[in-house]
Write a protein that binds this ligand. Structure first.
Ligand code: IPE
Ligand code: MG
Length: 229
């Protein structure tokens, strides 16, 4: 979800106005994704590098998140949506971590769309954390190095149990991955759109999925692999 700041600046508004509008878009896109049958929707809400932004902006983002957790979970739960948060806990304030915990627990048995919120997330940090946890399991005798393979390693990632993304969408015209889901995106289709996130709507999601449908995926082989319908 990129371009909130530029969206606001172009309108002579403070960056925070872009973030507010951005949250509304998240709500719309969750609904739209569930409607078209997306099984897992992951949004990059806050990166491990975003803490370097001005304190005022960071605080505002935390308060938007707090508000989202406070006001929106009940509705998501009603719509059978499961919530999962990926990223490092520290230094997210405890009162937010508690709300995340209760949102995940409340919705864990829901069978509709899984909404994954990447928060204080960094792809390299995730891989390091997984490697560390695996090493600890080896040290305590629960795992052995010879048993390590891709399937096993995945179980140590924040995204354990979730499928790899089929499609990555980045808004605002930037064409880079910015430390997002480095492991999981290995064979994802990439889709870049110039629109800023606060302008990205249901139609845009549909267009992206239609473009995805036209792509041929071969996963390193020579034959097209059938896509999920
Ligand atoms: C994305 O918009 C939202 C977050 C990272 C929280 P930006 O805040 O990155 O907006 P630009 O890139 O400055 O326009
Ligand atoms: Mg940005």
């Amino acid at each position: 979800m990129d371009g909130n700041g530029r969206w606001a600046k172009e309108r002579g508004l403070p960056r925070t106005a872009g973030h507010k509008r951005g949250v509304e878009r998240v709500e719309e896109i969750i609904r739209a994704a569930a409607e078209v049958g997306v099984k897992v929707l992951t949004v990059f809400a806050f990166s491990s590098e975003n803490w370097t932004r001005p304190k005022k902006e960071v605080n505002m983002l935390m308060s938007l998140l707090d508000n989202f957790l406070e006001k929106r979970i009940a509705e998501l739960h009603k719509n059978n949506i499961r919530i999962r948060v990926i990223g490092r806990d520290k230094p997210i304030p405890d009162y937010i971590l508690n709300k995340i915990d209760s949102a995940e627990k409340k919705t864990e048995n829901n069978t509709g769309l899984t909404f994954v919120l990447a928060l204080n997330y960094g792809g390299r940090a995730e891989i390091i954390d997984a490697a560390r946890r695996f090493a600890e399991a080896v040290a305590s005798g629960k795992e052995s190095p010879e048993m390590l393979n891709e399937d096993k390693f995945e179980k140590y990632l924040y995204t354990a149990g979730l499928p790899d993304p089929d499609l990555l969408i980045r808004t605002s015209g930037e064409m880079r991955i910015s430390n997002f889901l480095l492991w999981q995106l290995s064979y994802a289709e990439f889709y870049f759109i110039k629109k800023y996130w606060p302008d990205f709507g249901k139609k845009d999601l549909q267009t992206a999925i239609e473009e995805y449908d036209r792509r041929e995926r071969r996963f390193g082989g020579i034959n097209a692999v059938k896509k999920n319908s």
